[in-house]
Design a protein around this ligand. Structure first.
Ligand SMILES: [Zn+2]
Ligand SMILES: [Zn+2]
Length: 106
């Protein structure tokens, strides 16, 4: 591995350490596979490729994230997808309701 790659890995590991070093959902603590999952507005992802950014920016970004393992991360995203789908469905329902109402006014 090149030196700059090591620096990125080191920085990422430090960040993970600051966040407790384990998955908030299940406690899995293999820091090599843990992900940052955004719960706040996402500026940029916190993958290894972003670790060259200004440390302060990376730190601030990490405050909008929770630490999760790949499995919980996937589950979290599926949950989010489901919620998204529900919201979309609700909006569609409302839309069709509105259209019906419009039709009723004719
Ligand atoms: Zn987990
Ligand atoms: Zn995520």
């Amino acid at each position: 591995m090149k030196k700059w790659e090591w620096l990125r890995v080191e920085r990422r590991n430090r960040l993970i350490d600051l966040h407790g070093g384990k998955c908030v959902a299940c406690g899995y603590n293999n820091i090599n596979v843990l992900h940052f999952h955004h719960i706040g507005p996402k500026g940029f992802s916190l993958g290894i490729s972003q670790m060259h950014r200004d440390y302060e920016a990376v730190l601030q970004e990490s405050l909008k994230c929770i630490l999760v393992c790949p499995r919980c991360h996937e589950e979290e995203h599926q949950k989010l997808k489901r919620i998204d789908a529900e919201i979309t469905q609700t909006l569609l329902d409302k839309k069709s309701l509105n259209e019906e109402r419009k039709d009723g006014n004719k």
